[in-house]
Design a binder for this molecule. Structure first.
Ligand code: PMP
Length: 407
């Protein structure tokens, strides 16, 4: 923890100085969306004050300035995830749109009735529903990798799901509900041995782990900017250049075309082909600033602090009678999902909120995962590098109050 000056880091995030219900905000809902440092807020402000114009189309000064900033942002994203080339990084609205892009474009071009897609029990709805829509449209078959009672991805069962008809594995790298870190590299290797490409959902991994898409060797990687301390409304689809280049467009419109006549239109290469219309220019630029913030902080310091918070919070929560934690005790990010005997998660969340403590309650967009545990959902506390030990104590005190009132 000596690596990170938490009090200094907290001063970078204006919202962390605010109060809720007259109490200092204790923000423990980082897995849903993370807070933004002043540098990101300032960058958005500067963009609209000094650089705002549409990109790629103008000869005038501002348009060129905005274009350079937008394309520089793509380079920052590529560097952050170690993509071989910036053009392999497509800007989308969020992780959800990135999955939908792959399902619509790659899916329709490459799949037919009877083909199989492998997902896992712990997927977010964003990595389930687009494939179900494709199933309903094309007649593809979805196969689901089971998980253990402690929420681990079962690698041997995964291996056994592959057949000659398997065409894609779409799997999360980190579970948003349990925090489990999956063996992504092994999962990719196994699929590749069968000649099957892999989409990794990195929405929960991106803010907690260093990501190297070339080392992972995944074919697609998706994430959202807002969980990485960047703006909402901006996300990324990484894809290997040859795969993306062979895919048909997702949406049609301006910017993605080469030449248009009423008879025939030809399309541009990547990344433009997949960025129809005016993109979220300020969002991409703000995301790059968020990435630079994380890079400056360093993954080592961030991970060390988050893991020490995770350990302390786990130990303290387990001392509360009737509290049960779901998910592995092994490799996980700083997410703790739990239930309390006889207490509805929403009621607990409401009582905590009155003390300024923000946690998530419910199914966290992973209904099938909770069905696996015979539950409707959980209470989820998720920590970022700017959270503190004092906040863990406030959570524990708050849960004591919950028990007194409802238990
Ligand atoms: N996948 C995972 C694992 C997630 O945690 C989330 C967000 N909760 C998503 C996908 C979807 O992200 P977004 O809503 O930003 O598109």
């Amino acid at each position: 923890e000596a690596l990170l000056d938490v009090e200094a880091v907290r001063r970078d995030f204006p919202i962390l100085q605010s109060s809720v219900c007259g109490k200092p905000l204790v923000y423990l809902d980082n897995a849903a969306s993370a807070q933004k440092p002043q540098s990101v807020i300032d960058r958005l402000d500067r963009y609209y004050k000094e650089q705002n114009a549409n990109i790629h189309r103008g000869v005038h000064f501002l348009s060129q300035e905005a274009t350079v900033a937008y394309e520089d942002a793509r380079k920052v994203v590529a560097r952050f995830i170690n993509a071989a080339e910036p053009k392999e990084c497509i800007f989308t609205r969020n992780a959800t749109e990135a999955v939908n892009l792959v399902a619509s474009s790659w899916g329709r071009a490459n799949l037919k009735a009877g083909d199989e897609i492998i997902i896992s029990t712990m997927e977010h709805h964003a990595n389930i529903v687009p494939w179900q829509m494709l199933r309903d449209e094309l007649g593809v078959v979805i196969k689901v990798v089971p998980i253990s009672d402690t929420g681990e991805f079962l690698v041997e069962d995964y291996k056994a799901l592959f057949t000659a008809k398997t065409k894609l594995a779409a799997l999360c790298q980190v579970s948003n509900s349990l925090g489990t870190i999956n063996p992504a590299k092994v999962m990719v290797e196994i699929a590749h041995q069968q000649g099957v490409p892999v989409l990794l959902d990195g929405a929960q991994a991106i803010a907690h782990l260093p990501i190297d898409v070339q080392d992972l060797d995944c074919d697609f990687y998706v994430f959202s900017g807002h969980k990485l301390f960047g703006p909402t409304g901006i996300g990324v689809l990484y894809g290997k250049a040859d795969l993306l280049s062979a895919m048909p467009p997702y949406q049609g419109g301006g910017d993605m075309i080469d030449r248009v006549t009423f008879e025939k239109t030809t399309y541009r290469g990547i990344p433009e082909r997949f960025e129809a219309g005016t993109p979220h220019i300020s969002g991409a630029i703000g995301l790059a600033t968020a990435i630079e913030y994380v890079e400056q902080l360093g993954h080592e310091a961030m991970i060390a602090h988050e893991q020490s918070l995770l350990k302390e919070a786990t130990d303290k929560l387990l001392e509360i009678p009737g509290l049960r934690i779901y998910g592995t005790a092994g490799d996980k990010v700083s997410v703790i999902s739990f239930t309390m005997d006889g207490i509805h998660p929403n009621d607990a969340g409401t009582i905590l909120d009155a003390d300024g403590i923000a946690v998530r309650t419910g199914h966290h967009c992973t209904m099938p995962l909770w069905q696996r545990f015979g539950l409707e959902g959980s209470i989820r506390a998720s920590f970022a590098f700017y959270n503190t030990r004092e906040e863990i104590d406030l959570l524990v005190t708050g849960l004591g109050k919950v028990q007194k009132l409802l238990g």
